[in-house]
Ligand binder design. Structure first.
Ligand code: SAM
Length: 214
């Protein structure tokens, strides 16, 4: 998702109490920021934040961090938090390629990847957030027995991701090519902005859940 470059968005993000501008300093001690020991769930490539805000509303006993690369996109989430502050949700403007710099081993209890950029050219495969390179990074920060959830309407990206899971140190727990017609996997489903947009066009939504091997 690329919004037009909004003048001053970087500065507004830096000044926002909802955005953590020095995330490296919290590595290994995110519970101090939230002042509790609740589990920590993150969404990588959060976009405008609809999905994570609804999660945070429904689950006050879980802490959430939304990670987004572009300040012009993140600004939309910040504006929503200004009208409804959720104490268990914070944002970081950050490139997930360096995610192990901001979270310590086993610090994360769940990772959400929603409608990640497909990077269709083969030579860009390792930029995909479900590539084996990213899966290896997530393995370092994900607590034992915990889960990555991935949703997309992009079939080539989904098939690529299934293959990458096979090649990585993970177990596929569940998957569907049509989430909205899968009674079990759709239970409690919270729609993202992209999910609303593409499912309204009739695109089936694919979902997988994976866990790192012990
Ligand atoms: N998850 C949202 C949804 O489902 O509505 C947004 C999907 S949008 C297609 C993908 C988002 O991921 C974009 O906002 C993009 O800037 C962000 N993104 C892509 N690569 C990223 C990276 N390496 N680190 C952080 N965010 C990234």
């Amino acid at each position: 998702m690329r919004l037009r470059n909004i003048t001053g968005s970087r500065e507004l993000i830096a000044d926002s109490p909802f955005c953590i501008s020095n995330p490296e300093t919290y590595r290994g001690r995110w519970h101090e920021l939230f002042q509790n020991n609740h589990p920590l769930y993150i969404e990588i490539g959060m976009g405008k934040g609809q999905f994570l805000m609804e999660h945070a509303r429904r689950n006050p006993e879980i802490n959430y961090i939304g990670i987004e690369k572009y300040s012009s996109v993140l600004l939309r989430a910040v504006e929503k938090m200004e009208t409804e502050e959720l104490p268990n949700l914070r944002f970081i403007r950050f490139d997930a390629e360096y995610i192990t710099n901001i979270f310590d081993q086993g610090e994360i209890d769940r990772i959400y990847l929603n409608f990640s950029d497909p990077w269709p050219k083969d030579r860009h495969a390792k930029r995909r957030l479900t590539s084996r390179q990213f899966l290896a990074r997530y393995r370092e920060i994900l607590n034992a027995g915990k889960i990555i959830e991935f949703k997309t309407d992009n079939r080539p990206l989904f098939d690529f991701s299934l293959e990458e899971v096979k090649e990585s140190d993970y177990t596929l727990l569940a998957f569907t090519y049509d989430l909205h017609h899968d009674e079990e996997l759709c239970q409690g489903n919270i729609m993202t902005e992209y999910e609303e947009k593409f499912s309204s066009l009739g695109n089936p939504i694919h979902k997988m859940m994976v866990t790192p091997n012990a």
